[in-house]
Ligand binder design. Structure first.
Ligand SMILES: Cc1cc2nc3c(=O)[nH]c(=O)nc-3n(C[C@H](O)[C@H](O)[C@H](O)COP(=O)(O)OP(=O)(O)OC[C@H]3O[C@@H](n4cnc5c(N)ncnc54)[C@H](O)[C@@H]3O)c2cc1C
Length: 441
């Protein structure tokens, strides 16, 4: 296909969701097929432009930023194939997780696990290792059965456990460093029901029972409210039904009014007058009451996130989670820090992806957030020092200060990823400042 047909958007400033990253690409294009994508990659390489595909900009890091050619995803979206027998769905890389989940549901199918939201693209989400919480089921990338990659010379490579297996192993979480993902095949299951049990619980009880809560539930997570001893816990387990979704009114009160509308106001007050934050945290942590509901998976896993924030998240060995959380609580208490956002804690089983934050080890995720516009450095640095003392691995899409020297030490398969990258992109067509920092060149 002639390159003239590729939609070229007049270059402008690109911004991420949180508004903390901006980039001025030399050119922005929106290809609508794998062929067009391969063509724009070849042309950029010939012109000496670096290349970066973006998703919906939900990363807090500069992972997607470029001053070269920026490839937008929206014209490469939609389902390309659904194989019930094999239990797979194949989608174009720019498909949103929302579209994927809704389409699957319309066919009586589902992913096995999801993160907190579904605004991201499938390629963007998997490229940074986006995950939810799970005892047995891992990240979204771990559900990939095959993918198609446009590499630096413009060739189209298919990979799976059988075809180009060493590239497949690495490219499921490829940080955009190995090429542009054009299509992904996910493993899916017949749609099932999950019963969610949300319940406030004291911090000390969650710490004492953490291993048991993880072991006894398919999906356990909790939020701890800094300046308080209060947590909100959530346990999701498969159910035989019947479905009993959150009521329209109570759902709106909990998920829109309390978790977004009033929370937004509370965060704004806290940002203007930080001394009010501990008091607000005590009220916020008691605002949500216990509830139980049963629904299809994506409606249980995900919820709207309208309040804009900055986030840092570390994966630590699961056995270190309680120690890390106690240290974090003690640090907040003895410092003058004022933290308006809860700390989110999730888990994942060990997986086999070289740059997965759960690669080869049972993992607990500990995420710290601050309302956008609040100075975040002191809090995030203090939290990061605790995480790295326990061999923490930062989420690739969330703020952190680690470099390749550190990361090579906490990822036993770092060299394996680097070797695949050297093979596929020796001239670093797909690099940017972020990759130079985290991968070393
Ligand atoms: C409100 C909010 C909630 C979130 N919730 C979670 C959560 O529950 N769990 C979690 O783990 N993370 C979560 N995140 C982080 C988010 O899922 C990741 O940062 C994810 O990468 C964002 O996807 P995106 O489509 O916006 O991609 P972008 O942020 O636009 O890009 C991410 C990376 O993917 C690369 N990329 C994009 N498309 C391609 C492609 N076609 N080929 C190759 N590389 C590509 C980009 O170059 C970049 O390196 C959340 C973020 C926000 C803002």
């Amino acid at each position: 296909m002639a390159v003239r047909t590729v939609k070229t958007v007049r270059s402008s400033v690109w911004r991420n969701w949180a508004g903390n990253v901006t980039a001025r690409p030399a050119r922005i294009v929106a290809p609508s097929s794998t062929q067009e994508l391969a063509e724009v990659v070849r042309r950029a390489a010939a012109e000496g432009l670096k290349v970066k595909a973006v998703g919906t900009g939900h990363s807090f890091t500069t992972a997607a930023a470029t001053d070269g050619l920026l490839i937008r995803p929206h014209r490469m979206a939609g389902v390309r194939g659904l194989d019930r027998g094999a239990g797979t769905v194949t989608v174009a890389a720019g498909t949103s997780l929302r579209q994927l989940n809704e389409t699957l549901s319309a066919h009586g199918l589902s992913l096995v696990n999801m993160g907190d939201i579904m605004e991201q693209t499938v390629a963007g989400a998997t490229s940074t290792g986006t995950h939810g919480t799970g005892r047995d089921s891992a990240s979204i990338a771990a559900q990939i059965k095959g993918l198609e990659l446009v590499t630096a010379d413009g060739s189209v490579l298919r990979c799976s456990a059988e075809e180009n297996p060493e590239i497949f192993a690495a490219a499921r979480i490829g940080l955009g460093a190995l090429g542009v993902v054009s299509e992904i095949t996910f493993g899916v299951e017949p749609e099932f029901l999950l019963t969610a049990r949300e319940e406030p619980m004291p911090f000390d009880r969650v710490m004492a029972d953490f291993e048991q809560l993880v072991a006894e539930n398919e999906h356990f997570e909790f939020y701890w409210f800094p300046h308080t001893g209060n947590c909100n816990t959530k346990r999701n387990n498969r159910s035989t039904g019947p479905a009993s979704p959150v009521g329209r009114v109570s759902g709106w009160v909990d998920d829109e009014l309390l978790s977004n509308g009033i929370f937004q106001v509370a965060c704004s007050v806290g940002r203007a007058v930080p001394a009010t934050i501990p008091g607000i945290a005590k009220i916020s942590s008691r605002a949500l009451s216990a509830r139980t509901y049963t629904d299809i998976p994506y409606k249980v896993f995900t919820s709207p996130r309208r309040v804009r924030f900055l986030e840092m998240e570390y994966a630590v060995p699961r056995e270190a989670a309680v120690t890390v959380l106690r240290e974090l609580k003690a640090t907040v208490e003895r410092s003058g820090l004022r933290v308006s956002f809860p700390v989110e804690v999730r888990t994942a089983p060990a997986d086999d992806i070289p740059l997965s934050t759960a690669s080869g080890r049972e993992t607990a995720y500990i995420a710290v957030h601050l309302y956008r516009g609040t100075p975040h450095r002191a809090y995030f640095t203090a939290a990061e020092q605790i995480m790295i003392a326990h061999g923490g691995r930062p989420h690739w899409g969330k703020l952190h200060s680690r470099d390749a020297a550190y990361l090579a030490g906490v990822y036993p398969r770092f060299g394996e990823f680097a070797a695949v990258r050297d093979r596929l992109d020796p001239d670093r067509l797909f690099t940017n400042d972020y990759l130079r920092r985290v991968l070393g060149d």
